[in-house]
Design a protein around this ligand. Structure first.
Ligand code: MLT
Length: 247
């Protein structure tokens, strides 16, 4: 049986790395939803970094890369894109490399960097990410870890529900859920018919609503809009199929 583990906050990504699990990093609002949308709309790759300073340093070396991200939900000064998936139009991102820094999501991704298989999940690609993670874990004879980015080391409702949606897609007879993974599944099943309404009650969605970004919440709650599976190869996130065809 494939073990399915769940880590509640970004800093615990290191535990998933230590277990050697296939890691799915989740930050529904909005980092991982943005990464999925950017790649689905033709971006070449995304470089996740922790700080604005690091982002600017890479940009000085590669001024042709786009600078994207947020602090307090808002685009930092001098950046050409924020962290709203709705900004990542094909005309804007197609064929581009994007340097991305966000408060929690890119932190979780950098904490997970030592993992052999680090994938990026959200509701937008839930079916694709579930299939890919299970296939890889079976092939590697490893477990799967769902890593919730959370908010400043606190648990996030929407990331937990997304973990539950992913767990629901695994073949039940072939996996062993930890209690935390099982609980996320039970929570998701309770609310899956009114997902965006429930997510909107969470603290980060409330914050985004207050700063005028409620549309982002609805968009990020759409399930299976994209079939792209973002994969972290070294420092760059690229579509998994691109990596696998090169293997
Ligand atoms: C984060 O990484 O903290 C989030 O993506 C914040 C946001 O832009 O909503």
């Amino acid at each position: 049986l494939t073990p399915v583990n769940l880590e509640f906050v970004a800093k615990d990504a290191v535990k998933a790395v230590e277990r050697g699990d296939v890691i799915i990093v989740i930050d529904v609002l909005r980092c991982t939803s943005t990464i999925i949308t950017a790649l689905a709309n033709g971006a070449d790759g995304i470089i996740p970094v922790k700080t604005v300073r690091e982002a600017l340093a890479i940009h000085r070396e590669h001024p042709e890369f786009l600078l994207a991200g947020e602090r307090e939900g808002v685009r930092p000064k001098g950046f050409s894109l924020g962290n709203s998936p709705l900004e990542f139009f094909p005309t804007k991102v197609s064929g581009k490399q994007i340097i991305l820094t966000t408060t929690n999501g890119t932190k979780a991704l950098t904490e997970a960097k030592g993992g052999r298989w680090v994938l990026v999940g959200a509701f937008l690609n839930v079916e694709a990410i579930t299939d890919a993670a299970f296939r890889i874990a079976e092939g590697e004879n490893s477990g799967i870890s769902l890593v919730l980015s959370g908010k400043r080391d606190q648990f996030s409702l929407e990331d937990y529900l997304c973990a539950g949606a992913i767990v629901e897609g695994f073949p039940a007879q072939k996996i062993w859920n930890s209690d935390a993974a099982l609980a996320s599944l039970l929570a998701f099943r309770q609310v899956c018919d009114s997902l965006s309404n429930i997510v909107l009650r969470g603290s980060h969605a409330q914050y985004l609503k207050r700063i005028g970004l409620e549309e982002d919440v609805y968009f990020c709650c759409k399930r299976n809009r994209y079939s792209i599976v973002p994969y972290l190869e070294g420092k760059m996130i690229i579509p998994l199929d691109q990596f696998e065809t090169r293997m």
